[in-house]
Ligand binder design. Structure first.
Ligand code: RFL
Ligand code: PHB
Length: 392
């Protein structure tokens, strides 16, 4: 079999790219190792930048998003018991973000993939990439127990941090940059109304906490935890007690408790692989970079990578030339590094590190007090949070 682009991975990066290429009339096949239910059911991101919302609108996939997504024009930062609001709309000339879960985005992408006839193969095993540095790359895999091969022009590695695409780039070409944080996030979902109509990022003596949501009736909360902690160590009661303490007296009093129906611990990492292109392979999303979730950037970066990649591939097929694919890595990385910086900075500002001494804590508190009092500092936070523009 032959197609133009093979996409490895049917997460947000892979399916968004498949829809973009389909819209441009460029044939592609998506190979995903897991089942559709597994990929769609993972509880992850919650905050979409305007650029991601615009992308879904351009793809005609924003019907449910417009009906059910919660538009947030600001967010709150709490330091011990003091809370202040950062007004994104006022500080950025009207920009906002939309709270809409990654699982909802995946449901919309999957439903449209079926109705539009996209070629998405789930449970494709042993995917391997070949001859990527030639003009005739191909991909082999096992489907329903049978060996299969697809010849193609290009391969898009959208297979996340643990995928095989990045590992297909020779070690003497690939450079990686990594920081692993000495703590994790324990997250829960509960069918209770959120404690506040906007998010609260809390920096507390006992560690970071985040109050987020999925709807008016469903809350998503996180607390910073030790990497040694196990889920069994955190009963719902312990979680709610800790959350309320860290959110401070006023916000903590608004928390409505209820049984959690999802509870998981995620490690935090900053990671970038350079370059994002090797021969006819292009990396996009978590395959190329990871951010700690504090800035809510991961899914949004996956979306902007594939916007840039689809533009570059469209140029090739429309006869506009190869400049786009030649500049893809440089263009994507320029934006990735800024999001990495913001996510690292926001994490460092709000979390308690094992070696945080009394002076470090005082300095964190002073920086938060400065942000509270300075429009310039709030503007920096706001313009990064709502998402930096896509530059040429
Ligand atoms: P994914 O979602 O990991 O999808 C990759 C897909 O590739 C498949 N795969 C393979 N398929 C075939 N063959 C192989 N050999 C394969 N190896 C892997 C996998 O099965 C999978 O289906 O990467 P993608 O598409 O780049 O999307 C990235 C986002 O999922 C991720 O960045 C976000 O979830 C990060 N994130 C957040 N991002 C935001 O923009 N806003 C947020 O508010 C936000 N909150 C979060 C987050 C991530 C979190 N966790 C758990 C890491 C909160 C959390 C807690
Ligand atoms: C979420 O709702 O899951 C969420 C929101 C904001 C973040 C990270 C995660 O910064």
């Amino acid at each position: 079999m032959r197609t133009k682009v093979v996409i490895v991975g049917a997460g947000p990066a892979g399916l968004l790219l498949a829809h973009l290429l389909h819209q441009e009339g460029i044939a592609c096949t998506v190979l995903e190792q897991r089942s559709q239910d597994y990929v769609a059911g993972r509880v992850r991101a919650g905050v979409l930048e305007q650029v991601t919302v615009d992308l879904l609108a351009r793809l005609g996939l924003d019907q449910r998003l417009r009906a059910e997504g919660l538009v947030h024009t600001g967010a709150n930062i709490s330091c011990d018991d003091e809370v202040f609001r950062v007004d994104f709309a006022d500080l950025t000339g009207g920009a906002s973000v939309v709270v809409y879960g990654q699982s909802e985005v995946m449901a919309d992408l999957n439903a449209a993939a079926v109705s539009r006839g996209l070629d998405v193969r789930y449970q494709a095993e042993h995917v391997a990439l070949h001859d990527l540095d030639t003009n005739h790359p191909y991909v082999t895999f096992t489907e329903n127990g049978e060996a299969a091969r697809i010849d193609c022009d290009f391969v898009a590695g959208c297979d996340g941090y643990h995928g095989i695409s990045r590992a297909s780039i020779p070690p003497n070409v690939l450079q990686t940059f990594e920081k692993v944080y000495p703590f994790g996030w324990l997250g829960i979902l509960a069918e209770v109304p959120p404690c506040n109509h906007e998010l609260i990022y809390a920096s507390h003596e006992r560690g970071f906490a985040l109050a987020s949501m999925r709807s008016q009736t469903r809350s998503r909360y996180y607390v910073q935890c030790s990497l040694d902690d196990r889920i069994e160590d955190w009963s719902d009661d312990r979680f709610w007690d800790e959350l309320c303490l860290r959110l401070g007296a006023n916000s903590g009093a608004e928390v409505v408790r209820g049984p959690s129906f999802e509870k998981s611990i995620a490690p935090l990492r900053s990671f970038v692989a350079e370059p994002m292109r090797w021969g006819r392979l292009f990396l996009a999303g978590d395959a190329a970079h990871i951010v700690p979730p504090t800035g809510a950037k991961g899914l949004n970066l996956a979306a902007t990578d594939v916007i840039m990649l689809s533009e570059a591939l469209s140029d090739v097929y429309s006869g506009a030339g190869k400049a786009g694919i030649d500049h893809y890595s440089q263009r994507a990385l320029a934006r990735v590094w800024k999001a990495e910086r913001f996510s690292w900075w926001f994490t460092s500002l709000t979390h308690r590190f094992p070696d945080t001494s009394s002076i470090d804590r005082k300095l964190q508190a002073a920086e938060l007090a400065y942000i509270r009092s300075s429009r310039a500092a709030q503007s920096m936070l706001a313009e990064n949070y709502v998402g930096l523009p896509l530059t040429l």
